[in-house]
Design a protein around this ligand. Structure first.
Ligand SMILES: [Zn+2]
Length: 329
């Protein structure tokens, strides 16, 4: 972020910023013009200024004043005012033909997925992983057109169909592995689903070595956190992380809640386990810095082409979050 300071009092922000964001000193008029034309810029002043409140409303120039709780407040406020966030898409299975898929239809066909990758390329999106987001820095995430493709459960078709397409278009994805099973036991039990195998360690390592795929945690047995007590939840999070880290010989950055289900205590357990981020399904604010352990995702299985174009918009998650909230009152 560019934080533009309009009064001479720089020390306070310098202290909480710790060289994270770029600080700039401008006068009021210059600040408004600069932030209007430059992405990832926000104005800060010590005292509230009516003219800046007005500019934020009319020109969408993000503005904060007074006491700042955390340096994340800047990105959080920017995302809110600009209604801008990195889209995080959610996939499950990839099939050659529709009849190869299961009856709960959590799949996209190879042809559809290839078209989606072409669209993302054409629109100049850059696919990144959560590891990369961490090194780019949350404060720098508005400067480029990033998108994150995520895939749940780790089905064998991810290796057979998704992976060749990622290589073909040099695009990246994040796959969440269920580490204690080698097939979809949970959907067979709940929906009498067809049997689908999960990837082997060799396949996972080949994908990791390509540099195109990051793996994340998704519990040992695809646990539903709404139905589990704290002790079981903790074991499923910690054991799963240990097993996958051992298989990959590296630390995991990101976790996905199975079914998107989590309680407040689940988020804490995931953070304590050492993850940097956790993703849910269609819940959460649609702004990463609102809660790094409740990052909203948009499901793509069963999506038409027109809906896909809407769903990859950086404004979509917040639009949905707001609509959902209104519906719930
Ligand atoms: Zn899952």
């Amino acid at each position: 972020m560019n934080i533009v300071l309009i009064d001479k009092e720089k020390q306070y922000i310098e202290k909480i910023n710790q060289k994270r964001n770029l600080l700039k000193n401008l006068n009021l008029m210059q600040a408004i013009i600069f932030c209007f034309f430059n992405k990832g810029s926000i104005i800060y002043s010590k005292e509230e200024k009516t003219v800046l409140n007005f500019c934020e409303k009319i020109l969408k120039v993000p503005y904060l004043y007074g006491k700042i709780e955390s340096v994340l407040d800047f990105e959080n406020h920017y995302a809110k005012i600009k209604r801008y966030e990195i889209p995080v898409l959610m996939y499950h299975q990839f099939v050659k033909n529709k009849r190869d898929g299961g009856k709960i239809k959590l799949f996209v066909t190879e042809k559809t997925f290839e078209l989606q990758l072409k669209i993302l390329k054409f629109l100049n999106y850059e696919t990144i992983t959560f590891e990369e987001l961490k090194s780019i820095g949350l404060q720098n995430r508005f400067f480029k057109k990033y998108i994150i493709l995520t895939v749940d459960d780790g089905y064998k078709d991810n290796y057979e169909i998704l992976f060749p397409l990622l290589k073909k278009y040099s695009m990246k994805a994040v796959i969440f592995l269920v580490s204690g099973l080698n097939y979809n036991k949970w959907t067979i039990e709940s929906d009498n689903e067809k049997k689908f195998y999960l990837m082997s360690t060799e396949e996972i390592l080949e994908m990791q070595n390509s540099g195109l795929v990051e793996f994340g945690g998704h519990t040992l047995t695809h646990l539903d956190f709404h139905k589990a007590g704290k002790e079981i939840a903790e074991r499923e999070i910690i054991k799963d992380k240990e097993i996958t880290e051992k298989r990959l010989n590296k630390k995991l950055t990101v976790f996905a809640y199975p079914y998107g289900h989590r309680k407040e205590e689940t988020k804490k357990l995931v953070e304590e386990a050492g993850y940097d981020f956790a993703v849910s399904t269609d819940t959460g604010a649609g702004i990463f810095t609102d809660d790094l352990y409740d990052i909203r995702r948009t499901a793509i299985d069963k999506t038409s082409l027109v809906d896909f174009l809407r769903k990859i918009s950086p404004r979509y998650a917040q639009y949905k979050a707001k609509k959902y909230k209104n519906k719930r009152g």
